[in-house]
Design a binder for this molecule. Sequence first.
Ligand code: NAP
Length: 332
Amino acid sequence: MKAAFIEQPGPPDTLQYGDLPAPTPGPGQVLVRIAASAVNPIDTYIRGGMVAAKLPTPFIPGCDLAGTVAGVGPDATRFRVGDRVWGSNQGLAGRQGTLAEFAVVDEHWLYPTPANVADADAAALALVGITAHLGLFDRTNLAAGETVFVNGGTGGVGAAVVQMAKAVGARVIATVGSEEKAETARALGADVVVNYRTDDVTVAVKTATEGKGVDVWFETLPPTDLDRTVELMAPRGRIVAMAGRGARPVFPNGPFYVKGLALFGFAMFNASPDQQRACAEQMNGWMAAGKLRATIGRTFPLAEAAAAHRLQEENTLQKAGTLAGKIIVVPG
Ligand SMILES: NC(=O)c1ccc[n+]([C@@H]2O[C@H](COP(=O)([O-])OP(=O)(O)OC[C@H]3O[C@@H](n4cnc5c(N)ncnc54)[C@H](OP(=O)(O)O)[C@@H]3O)[C@@H](O)[C@H]2O)c1
């Protein structure tokens, strides 16, 4: 099969495109013919060696996939050949990834793709959607009528946070880095959009909440200013921190506990198959109903996987701001 792979971690050009043997599904596994995979920041960290991981050699990066079941291993009972499926969690914990024509996936990491949802859209929403869902519902237990602030409201995770919060009847304040992205955030359903490059975010949040503060703060960036975050929280508010392994922000202990706040951290890939499936099932309902839509910025052929990784890395590490939406990679 055609695949994009590395022999050892390195810059985007380390990714080679070539032929590898197609994998065979073992017990409880499914062979998926991949129609689309999506690129995430963690793919670039693993490919670049920034996150230490034990990798098979050669290693195919990529967490997200959508496609069609092409084979079923012994004792795999959830899917049949021909079923359309999507999933995430590949390319981690020693598993091969999704920048390939085929992947073997443990069946408990796969979900049926709704008939009216395109493979590219399902792949684009996979990791970021499960992440947003875990943060909003498994961790902070968001309720209708509450106010959510999401920093990075058109990023992969942020765009899913905006739509899921709206789907359950919350009010959403989102930051963006350009007027074009402000339009996108409004189209996704954000009630209040703040340009973090040109507006005073503190003033904008205080105005939007009439000084009452936000109930859930979903930080998709490495946190730098927890004083500001704590100041802008409503009493008993919940803060989600899920990015920036090297971040060491100052923690404003007094105002934090006096307000009765809570701080939740999590890594999506540590959530169990049952936890992730619960997210995926609700996502499927929202995707089928048009309440959760993918924003796709660029699509690359598999042969240009290195260019796809370069674009992700420029935006994640160098903050190029040249990407609006997810990067999709398609075989063939
Ligand atoms: N813990 C987990 O399980 C988990 C899961 C998924 C992702 N992550 C991490 O979460 C982070 C976000 O992932 P992603 O896939 O959403 O990335 P992404 O698609 O690259 O989005 C990044 C967002 O950050 C925004 N941004 C950049 N600088 C900003 C600033 N100064 N103020 C406000 N917003 C700013 C960007 O806005 P503009 O484009 O408008 O500039 C963009 O919306 C990454 O670090 C990733 O590794 C963690």
